[in-house]
Design a protein around this ligand. Sequence first.
Ligand code: AMP
Length: 126
Amino acid sequence: MAPPLPKAYEDDNIFAKILRGEIPCDKVYENDHALAFKDINPQAPTHVLVIPKGKYISFEDFSRNASDAEIAGFVRAAGEVARGAEGAVERGFRILANHGPEAHQEVHHFHLHIFAGRDTGPMISR
Ligand code: AMP
């Protein structure tokens, strides 16, 4: 089981360090409100993470507290990433967000996973 969600955003999470430039990432796309980079342990030929630049723990936090501009910029960034994966619009792609321990959220900075380049199988394991 993944760790419980913190009560408040923690600045020492790995994606906060990437945003501060303290550790590198393989950047795919960036706009004013979002950064997208390749997952370090890819589960598909394309596996990109899209994160907001603001400090949000999870989708629940982001959807509740982010401004309309942040939400729009983030969603547009995810669209750019999906369109940028070769053949993904035609053949298919999957977007996934984990919130909390039962969803196995490991990093407590909100992120979308975008998978493309193979059949991603059934929606969740049964
Ligand atoms: P989640 O379980 O939804 O929190 O997913 C966290 C994801 O972050 C995993 O797919 C990891 O492989 C990925 N990850 C962890 N550290 C890094 C890193 N430094 N750069 C890129 N991806 C990372």
